[in-house]
Write a protein that binds this ligand. Structure first.
Ligand code: GMT
Length: 374
């Protein structure tokens, strides 16, 4: 098949899923064309004969206060589809990609299918903004197929955006060979002393991730035992989180590592992963940690309970319940046997339910059904 994948290139789960999916499809001999305003960061620089990147260029004009990216994307999709004989456009994150994909399909003189994959805030936050709602709903209704990354998100989509839409659940996935438990002595030693526990948070530091809760949980843990907190990623709330930590006298216990593309080297060094988000349709960052044998302490919200089994492969507590999260984290870290059992269960959960081989095949079968007109 020849597939055009539209995604955001930045650090963030939807771009990661789109890129990993495209690369896995290419390994299965499909021809994959990525479209975005810059190369997705997980694409890397390796040459692959059947993987292409097409930059969407937005032309400025004095009249435009807001140059229309969605139109530039639709035009680029038409060009790429015509030049390369694209069979299917796979739009990741509905706003505005679904609308651009539908527009491109309708402009094309040959049949092309549109699949839209919903990732989370495109339904729960941005998609519901009054300024985008009608267009997002139209993009979904006119897509040939819709998938969501969790059951919760599929239900939420029907509830708030499109009750007549058929939304199929195709879970996010992880490469369990690359994201695996491995010894990390020298790397760990750079951040922490042997007796210190390492807690880790990876995100885009948007308010929805509740980075201040990350610090609040860590502060309680650090009162109970020697510990370090590593923060990976960048975003609008990072500085506030650092200042909050400093205000609690924890500046020398918290380290920001910035954006990292080699996160699979850092994850296995952690004892616990923190994801106390306000909302989370799936929680890919937690899954990547679990695949490395690192249990997550997370909010019982959105799709997270579909990923983490509370008390077995991780810890779930209500949003904002930082004391409960911290108390349970401390109990786990104080009990090496319980920690080891949970780490094993986390890894097992990732390999049994979310290994990429399971879900790439599912996307392929969705593609085939759409192309067969089903
Ligand atoms: O977090 C966001 O606001 C954007 C989005 C993204 O592009 O990373 O994240 C969503 O998609 C991920 C991949 O499917 C999911 O793992 C995240 O849970 C989801 N974020 C939210 O629902 C807040």
């Amino acid at each position: 098949m020849k597939v055009a994948i539209v995604c955001y290139p930045t650090y963030g789960g939807s771009g990661v899923v789109a890129t990993e999916l495209g690369l896995a499809l290419a390994e299965r001999d499909h021809e994959v064309h990525f479209l975005s305003y810059e190369p997705p960061y997980r694409l890397g620089g390796d040459f692959r004969p059947n993987v292409f990147f097409h930059e969407v260029q937005v032309t400025a004009y004095p009249l435009f206060r807001y140059p229309p990216y969605d139109l530039a994307l639709a035009s680029k999709l038409v060009e790429v589809a015509e030049t390369h004989g694209i069979d299917l456009i796979h739009a990741h994150y509905a706003v505005p990609h679904a609308v651009s994909a539908v527009l491109a399909r309708d402009m094309l003189g040959r049949p092309v299918k549109v699949l839209t994959t919903l990732h989370g805030t495109d339904v729960t936050l941005v998609g519901q903004e009054k300024s985008y709602l009608a267009a997002t709903r139209y993009g979904l209704m006119r897509s040939d197929g819709i998938t969501a990354v969790s059951r919760h998100l599929a239900e939420e989509t029907k509830r708030v955006l499109c009750d007549t839409c058929k939304v199929r659940v195709v879970y996010n996935f992880v490469d369990t060979e690359r994201y695996a438990p491995r010894p990390c002595g020298p790397t760990r030693a750079r951040f922490a002393k042997p007796e210190e526990k390492v807690l880790l948070h990876v995100s885009n530091f948007r308010p929805v991730k509740r980075p201040l809760d990350v610090v609040a949980i860590f502060a309680e843990v650090a009162r109970a035992m020697p510990a370090k907190l590593l923060l990976v990623g960048e975003g609008p709330e990072l500085q506030r989180a650092e200042e909050f930590a400093a205000g609690l006298g924890l500046a020398n216990r918290v380290r920001s590592l910035g954006q990292r593309s080699d996160i699979e080297r850092i994850l296995p060094c952690a004892d616990l992963f923190l994801l106390p988000s306000q909302s989370e349709s799936f929680g890919l960052a937690a899954l990547e940690a679990m695949s490395c044998g690192v249990p997550a302490v997370a909010s019982r919200v959105g799709g997270l309970p579909e990923v983490i089994e509370d008390g077995v492969s991780g810890i779930l507590a209500p949003v904002g319940a930082t004391e409960e999260m911290a108390a349970r984290a401390v109990r786990l870290l104080e009990n090496p046997k319980a920690h080891e059992a949970m780490a094993k269960a986390a890894r097992q959960r990732a390999t049994d339910r979310f290994d990429r081989s399971l879900w790439i095949g599912e996307y392929e079968s969705v593609y085939r059904q759409l192309l067969a007109g089903a």
